[in-house]
Design a protein around this ligand. Sequence first.
Ligand code: FMN
Length: 247
Amino acid sequence: MIFDNRLVLSAMAGINDAEFCLKQKAALVVMGGFNADDKAMKAAKRVIGRQRKEFIFDDPIDGIKNEIKRIYNKKKFAVNVRSASIDGYVEVAKIVREYGGIVEINAHCRQPEFVEIGCGQYLLFNQEKLIEIVREVSKICVTAVKIRGGLNIDYSELAKKLRKAGCRIIHVDAMIPNELCDLELITQIAKTGFTIGNNSFVDTKSGEAMIKAGASMASAARAVLKNPRFFDEMLNSKILSEKVILN
Ligand SMILES: Cc1cc2nc3c(=O)[nH]c(=O)nc-3n(C[C@H](O)[C@H](O)[C@H](O)COP(=O)(O)O)c2cc1C
């Protein structure tokens, strides 16, 4: 897979639908997070009760498929997925394969409603389940895993296990509580393969720093909400506008 530049739109639940993603100049857009089974959808409804945005579909799989159909021939896309069951990930993977995208398994969200049902960050602390999901999904389509930094886990070991199970892309939110991006964590993970660096990419300097640290691509979420032309501006950077190949 060839990406036209090193820029990625990172997942934003309730915001990154096909329409929003199509406006972005990033070579790869991550749609969602979407909820792939009934349990995850019920959790999302509870999250909305706390005034946070989520995508709500009557039928989770149909809803995701409709979004994919609106984007697949126009842009390279990944679909950020939460599911309480392995079946949810597998069902989305089958659709994503049909339309030539990437499944991004969400091992990142920390909202209690999702963690309680075994999604998001739960998977970082229950890695056997995460590895089983990666094995199943990667039999079907290109697989990415979104992880969060700053936790008391062995990230090198986790990255190696993920790659062995078939994960082609690790997308790391290299957050440090109350600080900026943990570039050392990006370097550590990038040693194991194709990595997307994330957190506090707000200008060319912070984006280029992720690439220099070893990431193949750099992703942004909040900066895009602040400035709809964020990626257009980042394309002025020679480094960030380079093509990149996922082998
Ligand atoms: C409104 C909003 C919704 C988000 N929803 C998701 C999500 O559903 N799945 C996910 O993996 N990350 C989600 N994130 C996290 C972002 O993808 C990203 O990892 C995080 O904001 C740090 O990157 P940034 O500094 O560029 O914003 C969300 C972030 C925001 C601001």
